[in-house]
Design a protein around this ligand. Structure first.
Ligand SMILES: NC(=O)C1=CN([C@@H]2O[C@H](COP(=O)(O)OP(=O)(O)OC[C@H]3O[C@@H](n4cnc5c(N)ncnc54)[C@H](OP(=O)(O)O)[C@@H]3O)[C@@H](O)[C@H]2O)C=CC1
Ligand SMILES: CCCCCCCCCCCCCCCC(=O)[C@@H](N)CO
Length: 331
């Protein structure tokens, strides 16, 4: 609850951040390192990972740290320096995840306290304009990256701790990244929203299945934030999609990160990063963890009364105004 802010303490612990070569993942890695948390950044592009490690080093007052096993170490780390490493891995590929976790647990000897699953990508287009490749990428990049990373990590931890009593398992914290499009899927996000809803469902199942292994599972339902991915998606985003998502202003990724950390510290496990997202999230309270549950139920009553009218005003009428069906081209 709001009065306790002691539920997220990364100091002197370690984290792996999947999807950390840019955007929110890179800023989460920066903030964790600034709070003396060891960090392993994971993504597919080594040059971008190297840039982020250099940026984190420059933006923190640390002395020397080691860099990744893939590149020579430039300085001798002192015992007080938190870990700062990167690993190149395409986590949409399960076998690559298995190798990555072997590298983490048995080469780096890092058993991360926190697992941030930030990898994701949206190609906002009208359904008819999408290609098969873009549909497949929606599944692989937004769902399989999260499921692979958590599943291969969980199996690797069980193998590493074979024979140990489960009650001796330390607290491990998985943070999944869904989107406001999960509770509120809308025009232009057919390649993305269903997968973010799947990530949300995965978080609900994992919370039940992993609790006895002392895992905490949180899910972030982010609104817009101004990352490299956001600017990329703006290139293909239909005008009607931009009109509808107008109330979700794109905040800075660092502000988004700070808000997420604040809510994790308060013990929230369903995290919204803007007001409109929180309101829309009321519609799917279901078995999600609640914060101020009584207040949420009251607001939900108001939402359910207003929703049909608001949906017509803010979704149906703009679609009618902006979207002229195009006559199929002659084959
Ligand atoms: N920006 C926004 O408005 C919103 C974003 N979100 C979600 O938040 C998360 C972060 O978003 P954002 O910062 O904008 O994302 P970006 O597109 O800016 O960055 C995505 C990161 O994921 C990595 N990545 C993508 N695919 C893979 C893969 N197969 N294996 C390993 N790494 C991968 C990319 O690195 P590389 O290409 O080098 O592999 C990159 O570092 C995503 O899950 C996104 O869906 C949710 C709501 C709003
Ligand atoms: C019931 C009637 C409601 C009327 C109000 C509608 C307001 C909708 C705001 C939606 C914001 C969506 C942000 C998506 C962020 C995201 O995930 C993409 N940037 C992909 O990265």
């Amino acid at each position: 609850m709001w009065f306790s802010k002691n539920n997220f303490n990364p100091e002197y612990k370690t984290a792996v951040v999947f999807g950390a070569s840019q955007g929110l993942g890179a800023d989460i890695a920066l903030r964790l390192y600034q709070r003396k948390c060891g960090v392993v950044l994971v993504a597919r592009t080594e040059d971008k990972l190297k840039e982020q490690v250099a940026r984190i080093r420059n933006q923190t007052t640390s002395v020397s740290q080691s860099t990744s096993a893939e590149s020579s170490s430039e300085s001798t780390p002192t015992p007080l320096d938190p870990l700062l490493e990167y690993s190149v891995c395409d986590i949409a590929d399960y076998d690559s995840c298995v190798k990555l976790w072997d590298h983490l647990l048995n080469t780096l000897e890092v058993d991360p306290d926190f697992v941030f699953c930030c990898a994701g990508n949206s190609v906002p287009k009208l359904f008819g304009d999408l290609t098969g490749k873009e549909l497949a990428s929606g599944v692989n990049t937004n769902y399989l990256t999260a499921a692979n990373a958590v599943h291969s990590g969980f199996k690797a931890v069980l193998q590493k701790n074979a024979g140990e009593l489960i009650k001796t398992f330390k607290l491990r914290h998985v943070i999944l990244f869904s989107s406001v499009t999960a509770p509120f899927p809308f025009i232009g996000y057919s390649q993305y929203a269903p997968m973010k809803a799947a990530v949300s469902a995965l978080s609900l199942v994992l919370r039940q299945e992993l609790m006895s292994y002392n895992y905490r599972v949180s899910c972030v339902y982010a609104g817009n934030f101004a990352s490299e991915g956001f600017y990329e998606e703006e290139k293909t985003k239909p005008e009607i999609t931009k009109v509808i998502e107008g109330p979700s202003d794109a905040m800075s990724p660092l502000d988004c990160c700070d808000m997420i950390f604040d809510k994790l510290a308060k013990g929230y496990d369903s995290i919204y990063t803007d007001f409109i997202g929180w309101v829309l999230g009321l519609s799917v309270l279901g078995t999600q963890p609640r914060n101020w549950g009584f207040f949420q139920v009251l607001m939900l009553l108001l939402f359910l009364i207003a929703e049909p009218i608001a949906f017509i005003i803010f979704v149906v009428l703009p679609i009618r105004k902006h979207l002229q069906p195009r006559v199929p081209v002659k084959q």
